[in-house]
Design a protein. Structure first.
Length: 96
């Protein structure tokens, strides 16, 4: 049920952004997204793969989980990049 709600909400938000997108709205979102996913979350995943707060975690398990998180961040970055290109293209077409 939660997954259906998440997908439905995603379609609604995408529809709203696709309809009402402007460069003034899209550009700050793109910059914030690049900062959050490109720098902060990946560096946090690398930190968690080590020994955060001197916890001695299973190194193989943390390496696997950290690599999985970093991979998912890169997949999301690619999806968000496609979405941003679509929104910017739509905003440029509507501004003409």
């Amino acid at each position: 049920v939660a997954a259906v709600c998440d997908v439905g909400l995603g379609f609604v938000i995408f529809g709203l952004l696709h309809t009402y997108a402007s460069l003034d709205l899209v550009e700050p979102c793109v910059l914030l997204h690049r900062w959050a996913y490109g720098r902060q979350l990946i560096s946090l995943a690398h930190w968690l793969m080590g020994a955060p707060a001197d916890f001695k975690l299973n190194s193989e398990f943390t390496s696997f989980l950290g690599g999985l998180c970093i991979y998912m961040f890169s997949v999301w970055e690619g999806c968000a990049h496609q979405l941003c290109q679509t929104l910017v293209g739509k905003a440029l077409l509507t501004s003409l």
